[in-house]
Design a protein around this ligand. Structure first.
Ligand SMILES: NC(=O)CC[C@H](N)C(=O)O
Length: 307
């Protein structure tokens, strides 16, 4: 591989100053912004190339929306999930109630705005006395090939304390009779899934499963259906970076999902990529992380529209 990841990190490092760590969840405000890590999983060779803060654990936040979406599709089938949540873009922030009010439809615009994600979380039912979150946690450990993924209780409590906007979205969904579970359980599942701790490597593994048509490249085992993988990548491309998805579609051209913990999962043809850098742009995307992903896309010619 021509690209030296340490050099790439160095080149993108100064971009950290353009962003800010998330402060609306107080536990995230304490994170050191001066971190940048990457892990690149080459599905063909099976080789992983990691650099910088690749093994630092951070809160997965909205990247978990991809995992819960995949899990819901596996449990309920794609048709049922598509009935409940749309695939449309938004020009508004991920957590605003406008995302629901502007359309006459009752279903949320897409699974990556908070209303859509809370709805998807509500679709997971308790099974064999296992709570929806316990099932999501197990599935996360499996699809991220990382048994160390755990719930960060401090972040979870912080999300609970400051989560009134999400609470209002959940009540709105309930009022529209679209929330599948009760408000408390749906929000508990959602806040907990956001508070799982992952590394760049865990996200590179997730990206690699998506890149490999739903099959874990480390074992050859199919973890999700081909349709689920394709669907998730399409929605990541169109809405994975919130209202800036179009901007990065043009600049980077790789299906990507961000989280306000500073994580990015990207799935390019033959590559799974996990990136972490906690300083965010106003939309909630990692600034240095996306600069690094842009460089990787350019150097390795991964832009899916550049054919
Ligand atoms: N964009 C994000 O990562 C948002 C996740 C965060 N837990 C929230 O609900 O606001």
């Amino acid at each position: 591989m021509a690209l030296n990841l340490n050099d790439a990190i160095q080149a993108c490092w100064k971009r950290i100053d353009e962003g800010q760590v998330a402060t609306y969840i107080p536990a995230l405000a304490k994170v050191d912004p001066y971190q940048l890590g990457v892990c690149l999983y080459d599905v063909d060779s099976g080789k992983k190339n990691c650099a910088g803060a690749a093994n630092v654990r951070f809160a997965i936040e909205s990247v978990s929306k991809v995992i819960t979406l995949l899990y819901a599709i596996e449990r309920l089938g794609l048709a049922k999930v598509e009935e409940q949540v749309g695939t449309r873009q938004t020009g508004f922030a991920f957590d605003t109630i406008l995302n629901m009010e502007i359309t006459k439809e009752t279903k949320p615009l897409n699974p990556f705005v908070n209303s859509g994600a809370i709805l998807v979380s509500s679709l997971i039912e308790e099974e064999d006395h296992r709570s929806p979150f316990d099932q999501i946690l197990d599935f996360t450990r499996e699809i991220c090939h990382d048994p160390q993924v755990t719930l960060n209780e401090e972040i979870y409590q912080s999300e609970l304390r400051t989560g009134d906007m999400n609470r209002s979205l959940a009540y709105y969904l309930k009022a529209k009779e679209t929330l599948a579970n009760d408000v408390t359980t749906s929000l508990e599942t959602y806040f907990k899934q956001c508070s799982m701790m992952v590394t760049c490597e865990s996200l590179a593994n997730l990206g690699a499963v998506l890149a490999n048509d739903g099959i874990a490249p480390w074992s050859g085992e199919r973890l999700i259906s081909s349709d689920a993988a394709t669907y998730a990548k399409s929605v990541m491309m169109t809405t994975g970076l919130y209202n800036e998805s179009g901007t990065y579609s043009v600049k980077i051209g790789i299906p990507t999902k961000s989280g306000v913990g500073g994580g990015l999962v990207a799935s390019a043809p033959k590559y799974g990529i996990g990136i972490f850098s906690p300083a965010l742009d106003p939309a909630g995307n990692s600034v240095a992380g996306l600069a690094l992903l842009e460089m990787i896309s350019r150097e390795l010619k991964l832009d899916i529209f550049n054919y």
